[in-house]
Design a protein around this ligand. Structure first.
Ligand code: ADP
Length: 287
């Protein structure tokens, strides 16, 4: 039976290739009158039966700071996922291309866009699991939107999903994830976003008590900002540089465990750096 998440192949026109990712090629396309991005899923890359179930939930997530999933086309082989089209591509490339030309307002705006998207996911009880600049996309009018939420659960590549392995996003994970959930492949329980959410609430309360809201940010921005992952902020204020560029995951784990953190980006104001440090503060095993 055809669910409402099912895209009619007759309404979908495929165009040229615009990229490639973990699951396969990404093509430009049209769904009726809208421009869309179509992810062609290579079978060996995704646990697709599980994904089909999840797609129903993901399609109900709808927010201006999230890249919208329009539907899934399972009647075609390979299966494909149809998303809102984002003219300016992925955030990390976008930052690199505009290096030296990004104003303070633009950089803070990017962080706030992401944090709004993340705050929405949190309020929907949805965990991203892999927030990083490479998983955010930029629209025609330079709005940043969060993409690829929850998708790591369907990747059939142990190298990516097991924290022991080379492609696990250690460099984007919270310190205590590495410390207390070290090398657990149960990323459903131990994942950076879940931890950040808990910490967000605890630290927002502390920050308000200690500093007073207004001394740092305008109050509403501040609440939202705390939902942003510190490493993503670091990437923005370093204009798309990769964190811990020349270091292996093992070296990163070791230095995080000994309390070292990423350095303050040259372009980041003190208030922004303080926020990053909060994100990276270690919380105990009982958080
Ligand atoms: P995956 O996360 O599945 O590994 P990505 O989402 O990173 O793959 O997609 C690979 C590339 O395809 C991106 O870097 C981007 O250039 C392009 N792309 C992906 N989704 C979209 C989209 N919604 N709009 C425009 N381009 C996209």
């Amino acid at each position: 039976s055809k669910g409402q998440w099912e895209v009619d192949p007759g309404e979908l026109t495929l165009g040229q290739e615009i990229g490639s990712g973990q699951f396969g090629l990404v093509l430009e396309g049209r769904l009726n009158e809208s421009k869309v991005a179509v992810k062609m899923i290579r079978e060996e890359c995704m646990s697709d039966e599980e994904f089909k179930e999840e797609a129903k939930i993901m399609m109900r997530l709808s927010h201006c700071k999230l890249v919208q999933l329009y539907g899934v086309c399972t009647q075609r082989s390979p299966m494909c996922l149809v998303f809102e089209f984002m003219e300016n591509g992925c955030l990390s490339d976008h930052l690199r291309a505009r290096k030296g030309r990004l104003s303070q307002d633009v950089m803070l705006g990017m962080c706030l866009d992401v944090s709004e998207g993340m705050a929405y996911l949190e309020s929907s009880n949805f965990i991203h699991r892999d927030l990083a600049a490479r998983n955010c996309l930029v629209s025609k009018n330079n709005e940043v939107k969060v993409s690829d939420f929850g998708m790591t659960r369907f990747v059939l590549d142990d190298q990516y999903t097991s924290s022991l392995c080379s492609k696990f996003p250690v460099k984007w994970s919270a310190p205590e994830v590495i410390k207390y959930c070290k090398f657990s492949s149960k990323s459903d329980v131990c994942n950076p976003q879940e931890v950040n959410t808990v910490r967000t609430i605890i630290e927002f309360k502390q920050a308000v008590t200690c500093h007073g809201q207004d001394s740092l940010f305008r109050s509403c921005d501040f609440v939202v900002s705390l939902q942003t992952d510190g490493v993503l902020m670091w990437e923005v204020y370093n204009e798309g540089r990769l964190p811990y560029e020349n270091r292996s995951n093992a070296e990163v784990v070791e230095s995080l465990n000994s309390g070292l953190r990423l350095l303050k980006p040259r372009l980041a104001p003190d208030s922004v750096h303080l926020l990053m440090e909060w994100c990276w503060k270690e919380v105990g095993p009982g958080f």
